[in-house]
Design a protein around this ligand. Structure first.
Ligand SMILES: Cc1cc2nc3c(=O)[nH]c(=O)nc-3n(C[C@H](O)[C@H](O)[C@H](O)COP(=O)(O)O)c2cc1C
Length: 339
């Protein structure tokens, strides 16, 4: 299969050069999950790990980056959420620690953040939810983009990965490296997106059951048991309260979220909270619910954020083995096509 692995390396060359790793596969940041152990395991295996800053304070992020650097000498990134109140301080922490790649998630980068990240020498990766926004981000100097479809775990947009890839790759893949995310569980899909012009891919769900991942054993068991149809998008119950949908395994926690939306919508009605505060309350709710499941192992009432590729997660195994399977499948698919 060496022709397949050579072809894979060639198709990934732009992505690996950009990330500074061997395989252009990113382990997308997952709050509470993507901490020093998973991130260093991913980077040590030749892929690209990304720390999820989530709601961490600058001091906590600083400690997490230092601890990750103690576990790997390979490059890794840090994912920052744009609405974090201390975004500037978090950017400065990344700069002081010499982080090479910053990923901005959760909406368009606020004024000044792009310049601040680039001034630190770091490469900036942003999520592009639509073609017009992708072009705008490229014009603003973003170095690479992630396009993520609604098959993904966690917060999702309305469009599937296959449609986003067809709509966007032909128009932006020349300008910047583009990483495709959402619903990828096997290497055949990786090969297909690379052939369509992607520089690499980003997976989350597939890495949750890595041996090195600190998620609670109950959380991992729920992933191993689940099939694609169990990973459902949350429903917005009040049209006045726009809530970004979240894809997670169905459980009682979904009902708790519906109740939370009602409570926040009522507070909005009665003028007890403003819209921005209402939306922030919803986001805090998710962070707390995810922690409850990932750290405490309460898989009934916590949030089991997972993508549709969860059906392809069948056992706990070392991260390097998962990465090796994905690249072998991709290489074999490319070799078959060449033959
Ligand atoms: C449990 C979980 C938590 C996540 N948390 C975050 C996050 O904090 N920030 C972020 O940008 N993406 C987050 N994501 C999205 C992942 O980074 C990644 O893009 C996504 O999982 C890719 O799709 P897949 O799940 O189909 O592989 C999360 C995904 C999961 C499954």
């Amino acid at each position: 299969m060496s022709s397949g692995s050579d072809r894979l390396a060639a198709l990934m060359a732009r992505g690996t050069a950009f990330l500074g790793c061997d395989v252009a596969i990113m382990a997308g940041a997952m709050s509470w999950i993507s901490e020093r152990h998973l991130v260093s395991a991913m980077s040590n295996a030749g892929g690209f790990g990304v720390i999820a800053c989530g709601a961490m304070t600058p001091a906590l992020l600083d400690a997490e980056i230092a601890a990750t650097q103690a576990l790997t000498r390979r490059p890794f990134g840090v994912n920052l959420i744009t609405m974090h109140p201390d975004l500037t301080a978090l950017i400065d922490v990344c700069a002081a620690r010499g982080v090479g790649h910053v990923v901005l998630a959760g909406g368009l980068p606020p004024a000044g953040s792009i310049e601040r990240i680039k001034a630190s020498g770091a490469k900036l990766i942003c999520f592009a939810p639509a073609l017009a926004l992708a072009k705008k981000l490229i014009r603003s100097g973003v170095d690479a983009l992630v396009i993520e479809g609604m098959e993904a775990g966690g917060h999702i947009g309305p469009v599937s990965t296959s449609v986003l890839a067809q709509e966007m790759l032909p128009h932006i893949a020349e300008a910047v490296p583009v990483f495709v995310a959402g619903g990828i569980g096997r290497g055949e899909a990786i090969a297909a997106y690379l052939e369509m012009g992607a520089a690499g891919v980003q997976l989350g769900t597939r890495f949750v059951c890595a041996t090195e991942c600190v998620a609670h054993p109950h959380f991992k068991k729920a992933f191993i048991r689940a099939s694609a149809r169990d990973a459902v998008a949350s429903v917005q119950i009040d049209p006045r309260l726009p809530v970004i949908p979240v894809r997670a395994l169905r459980n009682a926690g979904g009902d708790l979220f519906t109740a939370k939306q009602r409570e926040v919508a009522q507070a909005l009605d009665e003028g007890r909270v403003a819209m921005a505060e209402a939306q922030l309350q919803i986001e805090h709710y998710w962070a707390g619910a995810l922690r409850r499941a990932v750290i405490e192992g309460d898989i009934e009432h916590g949030s089991l954020m997972a993508g549709q590729s969860v059906g392809m997660v069948t056992r706990e195994e070392p991260l390097a083995d998962i990465l090796a399977q994905l690249t072998a499948e991709a290489g074999e698919a490319l070799a078959r096509r060449a033959a």
